[in-house]
Design a protein around this ligand. Structure first.
Ligand code: XMP
Length: 520
């Protein structure tokens, strides 16, 4: 078995850190993110690190307590000929730490710029003389350390790219990881060549390896997995099933906050995929009883998590009486769920709070998280390799608490009904109009307030439904989707015509940040 070589991305809090990681993986190299203040543990413990990228970040190196790297680490990297590429803040930090000059610039530069390639170099090899790049910075490198060479400049940035072949240190002020930078992927590709990677992050081999690993870890033990019908838990289940067969038990809990017809669909899908031990628990009344009338977002989520945990715990106990003890609890956790980074902590926190509920029996089980190293698109690729059909792997993410977080304010039966009907219309039409597959998510949200309207000849005072549709690569950042007016008009007409209690539909045109994808 070939050992996987790794590139380490040191995170200084950039919103693009996950994007760098994904781009490197697209180039078939395993990349992992590590916070700037814990690089030494990872570097010295995990071995086989062949390259380092320092991310951008919101701080200035002139601030007190600005994040930086110890000279021990830099010396170690240079002595062991491990190449380092600094991006934006990373570019400035490297220049500063090796003895160059970094100054505050007159104004922040944000947006496109033209990079002039002014010298032959390994990093910018194969690029045309002028390329469009994406800038986002305050400070500027104005003087280079000894032995460093300027290889690119822009109008406002005289040292936009540098390299030192002697130390194997490279820097770019702009962001090669974003799509707005032309030849950005080529620059990263050049850097990976400089590191000498063998490019062995190939999903097909990795799937085989994962199945073997699960088989080795689990042996003849029993595994419990809470299935939701979503992509992640289904793919995790399939991997485990391939490895250990029917010692895998799936528990599918109907929370009452699922979409119309969803419980039936999920059950038949799980059967279709060949799982034998599928245990269905209809806890919908219990969820509703506890949540109707609750208004505060955090309280809703807390109650939901508690009931979910109780239902799972009780089911596990029953199953153990029948089948014997479980040794593992499997979860569909994916890479972004477990990596905290400056700009991405929120989702992580949320998902953690969901999972951290006290479940004495279940918490005592060993965790099995076969997807913990993968991004969503990699999970979808694994699904295809495993022969899972598109109606399963192509589903949009759907939050665990489901419609609960898409009904703002107090939960009522009326709002829940509206949410169910609106979801059906939005999903049906998005698929019919061919917009579904291009989106990360599209869904309606029932707002907490009512608006005045006219229906027939009468004045109405009814709920407002907001449509949210976003494009995203990993949910850390997202852009609202510029959907055709005709499609939106059609959806609005259907919602107001077919759903009683709604007289207005609005479209959300905010990006993340500053908004989040979900409303609650
Ligand atoms: P936000 O709203 O934080 O969402 O921009 C980012 C992504 O996470 C999903 N999400 C959740 N998924 N349990 C989940 O399993 C949750 O509680 C939860 N909240 C948000 C959201 O749909 C989006 O894809």
């Amino acid at each position: 078995m070939v050992l996987l070589e790794k590139l380490l991305i040191v995170d200084f809090g950039s919103q693009y850190t996950h994007l760098i990681c994904r781009r490197v993986r697209e180039l078939k190299v395993l990349a992992e993110i590590v916070p700037w203040d814990s690089i030494s543990e990872t570097l010295f413990e995990k071995g086989d690190i062949r390259g380092i990228i320092l991310s951008g970040g919101p701080r200035s190196i002139h601030e007190d307590n600005a994040p930086r790297l110890d000279s021990d680490i830099l010396n170690y990297l240079v002595e062991h000929s491990i190449p380092i590429l600094g991006i934006c803040y990373g570019h400035q930090l490297l220049a500063h730490l090796f003895g160059g000059r970094v100054e505050k610039s007159e104004k922040r530069e944000y947006g496109p710029a033209v990079l002039e390639v002014i010298s032959d170099s390994l990093l910018l090899r194969g690029l045309p003389k002028r390329v469009r790049v994406w800038m986002s910075h305050g400070d500027l490198v104005t003087g280079l350390p000894k032995g460093f060479k300027v290889i690119g400049k822009t109008e406002n940035c005289p040292i936009a790219a540098y390299e030192s072949l002697d130390k194997l240190v490279f820097g770019v002020q702009f962001h090669p990881e974003v799509k707005h930078t032309e030849f950005g992927l080529k620059i990263l590709d050049n850097f990976l060549d400089i590191c000498g990677f063998r490019r062995n992050w190939v999903m097909k081999d990795i799937v085989e390896r994962k199945i073997e690993e699960i088989r080795r870890i689990v042996g003849n033990s029993r595994v419990l997995l809470a299935a939701s019908g979503g992509v992640d838990s289904t793919v995790a289940a399939k991997l485990i099933h391939k490895a250990i067969g029917d010692n895998l038990h799936l528990v599918f809990i109907n929370t009452g906050f699922m979409r119309e017809g969803e419980a039936e669909w999920v059950l038949s899908m799980l059967k279709r995929l060949g799982f034998k031990n599928v245990h269905y628990v209809d806890a919908s009344q219990r969820f509703l009883r506890n949540l109707i009338g609750v208004a505060h977002p955090e309280e809703k989520r807390k109650i939901f998590s508690r009931i979910y945990a109780e239902a799972l715990e009780e089911t596990a106990k029953e199953l153990e009486k029948k089948f014997g003890k479980f040794e593992f609890l499997a979860q569909g956790t994916i890479y972004p769920d477990r990596v905290e980074s400056g700009a991405t902590g929120k989702t992580t926190d949320k998902i953690k709070s969901h999972h951290n509920v006290v479940m004495p029996r279940i918490s005592a089980l060993k965790k099995l998280e076969p997807l913990a190293d993968f991004y969503k698109d990699e999970v979808r690729e694994i699904a295809r390799i495993l022969g899972i059909p598109k109606d399963v792997w192509g589903r949009h993410p759907f939050p665990g608490p489901g419609l609960l977080v898409r009904i703002l304010g107090e939960v009522t039966k009326e709002k829940l009904e509206i949410a169910k009907k609106a979801h059906k219309i939005v999903e049906e039409e998005a698929k019919k109009w061919g917009v579904y597959d291009d989106l990360w998510q599209i869904f309606p949200v029932v707002l907490d307030s009512k608006a005045v309207g006219v229906k027939g000849d009468a004045r109405s005072y009814e709920y407002i439904v907001a449509i949210r549709a976003v494009k995203s690569e990993d949910a850390m950042t997202a852009e609202f989707a510029r959907l055709p007016w005709d499609f939106l008009e059609h959806v609005a007409r259907r919602i107001t015509n077919e759903i009683e209690g709604v007289n207005r539909v609005v479209y959300d045109i905010t990006h993340k940040p500053p908004a989040t994808i979900e409303f609650e």
